[in-house]
Design a protein around this ligand. Structure first.
Ligand code: KIV
Length: 296
């Protein structure tokens, strides 16, 4: 299977639709890669859907690298993008480069950075200068949840929309190879997609983007927390998992698992079984002797 590259993703602008999914561990990466995902994002959303935090702010670079290594081991074809977590690129451009480099050493092919304010653009340019491709991310940027006042639609008023158009252009100008548009009006995403020469990848941004991304656990119905309007669930795997686990526990408690033949192992031969019984008898006799020994 051929490995998807950053130039190959850039070349998909306006031609074929880019299919992107998050993946957080070895089995999810294997399944998403085998399904044909173009890009696997080791998203900091793992804070919420895997680790149970209320937002994405608590995960560290070390947490993210642990998951990136597992995804890299499970991926043959998809481009792997490591999501730089909160505070890993905010302090200085130098720190941003060092942290981005650790993602590459863990097996990512590119990193994703949220936002497009001037300090962010400086960090992005420094990362690019270290030969690390960067995916931008604007609109609802979950690492800014406190500043934004919640997980809300962005750019629904013309002034805000105008700012997002400028931010998208700034990310393209800085050298990003693609940009995620999260939770913005469909009309705005269409306008940005038309203006940029790099692919836009939407999540809650309507059908006009060059690609779409969804969270693995949302697509499969594994996460039973809040599911946003823009998610389409293609399965209800949490229910399937719970029913299977209930059936297993009922079998254990009812003595139906394991089956003596199908799920158990047996002695090598009848001869070996006889020797086992003989050994048990011998052991019982010697225990008997010890018990019957006079005390004191
Ligand atoms: O962390 C994540 O899953 C993301 C996607 C929603 C784009 O950033």
């Amino acid at each position: 299977m051929k490995k998807t590259t950053v130039p190959a993703i850039r070349a998909m602008k306006g031609s074929s639709r880019i299919g992107m999914l998050t993946a957080y561990d070895y089995p999810s990466a294997r399944v998403a890669d085998a399904a044909g995902a173009d890009i696997l994002l080791v998203g900091d959303s793992l804070a919420m859907v895997v680790l149970g935090y209320p937002d994405t702010l608590s995960v560290t670079v070390d947490d993210m690298l642990h998951h990136t290594r597992a995804v890299a081991r499970g991926t043959k074809s998809a481009l792997i993008v490591g999501d730089m977590p909160y505070l890993s690129y905010h302090v200085s451009a130098e720190e941003a480069v060092r942290n981005a480099g650790r993602f590459i050493q863990a097996g990512a092919n590119a990193v994703k950075v949220e936002g497009a304010k001037p300090s962010r653009l400086r960090a992005i340019e420094a990362i690019l200068d270290a030969e690390i491709p960067v995916m931008g991310h604007i609109g609802l940027t979950p690492q800014s949840v406190n500043a934004l006042g919640g997980f809300k639609l962005q750019g629904k008023h013309a002034d805000d929309a105008r700012r997002l158009i400028d931010e998208a252009a700034a990310l393209e100008h800085a050298g990003c190879f693609s940009v995620v548009l999260e939770c913005v009006p469909s009309e705005l995403a269409a306008m940005i997609t038309e203006r940029l020469t790099i692919p836009t990848i939407g999540i809650g941004a309507g059908p006009s983007c060059d690609g779409q991304v969804l969270v693995f656990h949302d697509v499969l119905g594994i996460y039973d927390g809040h599911t946003p309007k823009f998610v389409r669930q293609y399965a209800h795997v949490a229910q399937t998992m719970q029913s299977a686990l209930e059936a297993y526990l009922a079998d254990v408690r009812g003595g139906q698992f394991p089956d003596e033949q199908k799920e158990s192992f047996h002695m090598a031969s009848d001869e070996e079984l006889k020797r086992l019984y003989a050994a048990r008898e011998q052991a019982e006799e010697s225990v008997g002797v010890v018990v019957e020994m006079p005390r004191g």
